[in-house]
Ligand binder design. Structure first.
Ligand code: ADP
Length: 403
């Protein structure tokens, strides 16, 4: 048997056909185990579980989220840890949309589950999957407190001028249409870490954070609070992403309906799954895009140029909104790992005090670090995000406060 799970938090990020999970200590941030269940609902489901430095893979059909989570528990048992019998301190769930209702980590009861379900109209691709994960976890660990941590929460207090869309005000109010913003857990965590790296109080800093993963978003943060962010009512708005276009003339939607005779679900799928880098180049993984560019592929080059162009547009907008910036931070898969993207996003901005040091930028370093020259007025940083740790800490805090 492994060490008991007392004090550990199980973090669950439940997607439409996947469950990502981590068991970790919120205080020391040590991860005891983690893994992914993939292709739930299909014949070729699989789980990959990492514990004690070993990886175990099992392939089998996984009918639904409860079956998937049961498989996770089986994997824990097979690697020496019985999650049902040991004392897991809390389960922290990533929930994508908290709407106007949820703006802080929330202890889950039946009414919270119902409210998250009701918000599915705003996030039909995400919230139902989050609810499935919550219901499965409550069933399997009935005595353990469960906490929902919302992707929208950090942006709840965006200024009215930033969060309001210029459409019919009554219609917008009736249908909850406003900018909500997403990746909030990451933007909050990374901006806090950036301030710590600079040895400064977040209250004193103007920051811009670029979270560049498969999904991508930017935020402008003044004194620790966001004043703008690139994602909107849904995660479709803003930066160019792996499979989403980001900003788009809204007129394109009716034009596609009339001209290409696509119905609304087809357009939704096109915008969520087949646009962005993938729509332009055929691949959504940035490493593959880089390989295509290196091989002389011109459509891949264009996809990259569109991606960088959009990043710079947001950088310019946020520089002005903030009235100057102290720190620009890159995070997530692309932001942490692509020196090229970081260098291109910030090229030729020395007159604004923004410079990237080539040696620091290309150094083989994975930790939180500076990539600007020491004397540059604006600190440019790379800070690895850790949403699981932030969720575990939030869940731990809520449980400590309420029990
Ligand atoms: P998400 O959590 O949104 O699924 P990640 O933050 O894991 O995404 O980022 C995934 C993206 O990061 C992919 O496009 C992947 O190609 C990119 N990425 C990962 N490693 C590298 C790397 N070494 N160089 C460039 N891009 C990378």
């Amino acid at each position: 048997m492994g060490r008991g799970a007392e004090g550990l938090v199980l973090v669950i990020n439940s997607g439409s056909s996947s469950i990502k999970y981590q068991l970790l200590d919120p205080e020391s941030s040590v991860v005891a185990a983690y893994g992914t269940v993939e292709r739930i609902g299909e014949d070729d489901g699989a789980i990959e579980h990492h514990a004690h430095g070993e990886t175990t893979v099992r392939c089998r059909p996984i009918a639904d989220h409860t079956t998937g989570l049961r498989l996770v528990f089986d994997m824990f048992s097979a690697t020496g840890r019985d999650l049902v019998r040991e004392d897991v301190r809390a389960v922290g769930h990533r929930v994508v949309h908290g709407g106007e209702v949820f703006y802080r980590p929330t202890l889950i009861d039946d009414s919270v589950v119902d409210a998250i379900s009701e918000l599915s109209a705003l996030a039909p691709l995400h919230n139902p999957a989050n609810v499935a994960g919550i219901e499965s976890a409550r069933e399997l660990l009935p005595g353990v407190p469960q906490v929902a941590v919302f992707d929208t929460a950090f942006f709840h207090s965006l200024p009215d001028a930033a969060k309001t869309y210029a459409i019919d005000a009554e219609l917008a109010a009736a249908h909850g249409i406003r900018k909500y913003g997403f990746h909030g857990t990451s933007h909050e965590y990374v901006s806090g870490r950036a301030a710590a790296l600079l040895g400064r109080d977040p209250a004193e800093l103007n920051q811009i954070v670029f979270h560049l993963g498969n999904g991508a978003s930017a935020s402008a943060i003044r004194g620790g609070r966001p004043i703008d962010t690139s994602m909107g009512l849904t995660p479709l708005e803003g930066l160019v992403m792996g499979t989403r276009p980001g900003d788009l003339d809204p007129g394109i939607v009716p034009h596609l309906a009339r001209s290409a005779r696509l119905d609304i679900d087809q357009i939704d799928a096109l915008l969520n799954r087949d646009s962005g880098i993938k729509g332009l180049s055929g691949v959504n993984d940035f490493r593959e895009l880089q390989r295509l560019i290196d091989g002389g592929d011109r459509t891949a080059r264009l996809a990259y140029d569109v991606y960088i162009h959009r990043l710079r547009r947001y950088l310019g907008a946020y520089l002005v909104e903030l009235g100057g910036v102290d720190a620009i931070t890159f995070t997530a898969g692309v932001g942490e790992n692509s020196p090229q993207v970081r260098a291109d996003a910030l090229a030729n901005l020395a007159r604004f005090g923004i410079e990237v040091d080539q040696t620091a930028n290309t150094a083989n370093d994975r930790g939180a670090r500076h990539i600007s020259p020491p004397e540059a007025p604006v600190a440019v940083l790379v800070v690895p995000t850790n949403e699981e740790l932030a969720i575990a800490r939030a869940a731990h805090r809520v449980v400590a406060e309420t029990t």
